[in-house]
Structures are given as structure tokens and as C-alpha cells.
Design a protein around this ligand. Sequence first.
Ligand code: DQA
Length: 143
Amino acid sequence: MRPVYVFNGPNLSRLGTREPDVYGAETFDDLAALCRDTGRELGLSVDVRQTDDEAELVAWLHEAADRAIPVVLNPAAFTHYSYALRDAIAQRTAPLIEVHISNPAAREEFRHTSVVAAVASGTIAGFGLRSYELALRAIAGTP
Ligand code: DQA
């Protein structure tokens, strides 16, 4: 099975309890199960990770680049200001899809800027946990 990483940034471990009106009632474990199940259907071996640590996320992106493994990335708040993340993504050697559970464009002004979008293959936002499923389907359709 083709390997794919699903990386999640800060506060996403708290899905289910965190602002459920914005992010829904499903937990991070539900998200991980959805990604693995979708992957199995598509012939992808999905490794789901979450960190609150920018340095750890940068290291994981280096690992993905070195191994040419596609990535589904929810950078969470790092989306809006982390040039370190942007520079790590710019080194990618396989498709990388930026995902968001909510639609940042419809929220506070500071969320309207993504400093990583320009170096991603594409962005999927606003479909709840289905954003991840759609991203995995997009990756399954790429060479
Ligand atoms: C988010 C949107 C970001 O603005 C926010 O900081 C998050 C989650 C989303 O998935 O909707 O933590 O990336």
C-alpha cells in the first residue's frame, strides 16, 4: 500500500471538546479512524500524527520530503504565520494538500491569510472531517 502522512498542528488533539460549534463533536481518534478507513479503501497506508510543537512538525515535513511521501496537512494556527512551516513545505518532493475543518475564509480576519497555501499542491477547507477524506481521495488520484 502506498504510504501517506496526515499531519495535524496545534490544538487538534482536542477535537470533540474544542469549540464544537466550529469544529464539530467528533474526536481526534474519530479523525484518525476516518483517515485510516478511507486510506484502506483507496489502497493507502495512512500514518496520522498530531503535535503542538512547530519544530516537530517541521521535522516530520523533512521526513516526508526525504522519503517522497505525500502529505495531508492541517497546520492549524501555524497556517496563518509560520514561515518555518512554509519553508519546510517548499522542500516537498510529493503532493501536499493543506486541509482545514472549518472555512478560515469565512472566519476572523487573521484566518484569511495562509502563508503555506502557495507552496501546497492545493487546499481543501470547510467540509468538517470530510476535508481530510477529500484530500486523501485527491492524493489517491495523483501519480
Ligand atoms: C483550522 C483553522 C485554523 O484557523 C485554526 O487555527 C485551527 C483549525 C481548521 O481546521 O479549521 O486550529 O486549521
